[in-house]
Design a protein around this ligand. Structure first.
Ligand SMILES: Nc1nc2c(c(=O)[nH]1)N[C@H]1C(S)=C(S)[C@@H](COP(=O)(O)O)O[C@H]1N2
Ligand SMILES: [Mo]
Length: 339
């Protein structure tokens, strides 16, 4: 593993606080413009970006404003969390499409072309639609959410994500009543994702990588589609240009580089459950009381700045510490058998 010094000084405090949606959107867009990630040249694109800074749009009715504030409150507790340095967040990854080690994603994910992108929202909806690369940054309000990410491998990190509540994306498609689950798929493009053309590199996964949630989980305000972290666009190795974040579930649920979101009436097949059903369930809620068959889930190693000798272990919390918000989703479910 490469050991590098933290780069935190490059982030302004304004990017990693929860002051306001307005403020975050503005600093995020500045970042995008500086990074050259988005072209501001064309008039229509510029107009839609500028709309973000005005209060004249339908998005900013009083109702919407209070809802936005309510959602931001979810972040209050977690804003106390100590953030994992940017270098660790972007160089210690799981993204088997680029290799099974923690360092291969950062080494090989630059091959992935994220612009243009095509994310389809389809299935049991009245209004299926698509989002292109720039739409991901311009068509919805963006929020900063500082969440702990707990991998099933018993390590965790704390990441300031920027994203869109998934519920907003689903609501636009007008979800039908008979939809019970949401199915997600990662891009399948072996020419750019080396693990998809080699079982040896890609860990024997039947690509594309797939994940799924119940409708209630997908609609929960903590569930977001992330398009950025630390005030910048997502690096490819973290799942650019758009990935799921479900903070109360093991990290493998948080599927990267998504091209398809499909509403279904049946529980979707999911990658890790298909590969090893005795070890990885569909729910995959973080649960210190249900061990993995091969290791304990009672505690976790916190990924910090440290080098080889660092060992910061903390007890794992039920639902990764988000129980107050999500426990009610599972009140009629046996969490030992539905792991
Ligand atoms: N498409 C895809 N998504 C994926 C994975 C993967 O291999 N492929 N790994 C998962 C796992 S196991 C974890 S812990 C998180 C890691 O996210 P991060 O690298 O941004 O920390 O991504 C998840 N999403
Ligand atoms: Mo993971």
């Amino acid at each position: 593993m490469k050991i590098r010094h933290s780069n935190r000084s490059q982030f302004k405090d304004s990017q990693i606080t929860d002051e306001s949606v307005y403020h975050n959107r503005r600093s995020f867009i500045k970042q995008l413009a500086v990074a050259g990630g988005v072209t501001l040249a064309s008039q229509p694109a510029q107009a839609s970006f500028l709309d973000w800074f005005t209060d004249g749009k339908n998005e900013t009715s009083n109702n919407t404003k209070s809802r936005q504030l309510a959602e931001l409150n979810y972040q209050k507790d977690s804003s106390e969390l100590k953030r994992t340095p940017y270098d660790k967040v972007t160089q210690f990854n799981n993204f088997y499409e680029f290799g099974t080690s923690k360092t291969e994603p950062a080494e090989h994910a630059s091959a992935l072309q994220v612009n243009p992108w095509d994310l389809k929202i389809s299935g049991l909806v009245d209004k299926p639609y698509q989002l292109g690369y720039e739409d991901l940054f311009s068509q919805f309000d963006l929020y900063e959410r500082v969440y702990r990410l707990r991998c099933v491998e018993a390590w965790s990190m704390v990441v300031p994500w920027i994203g869109i509540p998934l519920a907003k994306v689903l609501e636009r498609a007008q979800v039908q009543n008979r939809a019970k689950y949401v199915s997600f798929k990662t891009l399948y493009r072996p020419s750019e994702m080396r693990g998809q053309s080699s079982r040896f590199i890609g860990g024997n996964i039947d690509y594309p990588y797939r994940e799924g949630l119940t409708i209630a989980e997908a609609m929960h305000p903590l569930t977001i589609l992330a398009v950025g972290l630390y005030g910048k666009e997502l690096p490819n190795q973290n799942g650019a240009p758009v990935r799921l974040i479900v903070p109360w579930k093991y990290g493998f649920k948080s599927i990267k580089s998504i091209v398809s979101i499909e509403l279904t009436n049946h529980q979707p097949i999911t990658t890790w459950n298909q590969l090893a059903p005795d070890e990885y369930g569909f729910y995959a809620n973080v649960n210190p009381n249900v061990d993995h068959p091969r290791w304990s889930q009672a505690s976790e190693r916190v990924i910090t700045t440290g080098g080889l000798f660092e060992q910061t272990r903390v007890p794992t919390q039920m639902f990764n510490g988000y129980g107050e918000q999500v426990a009610n989703l599972y009140k009629n479910i046996n969490l030992k058998t539905n792991y």
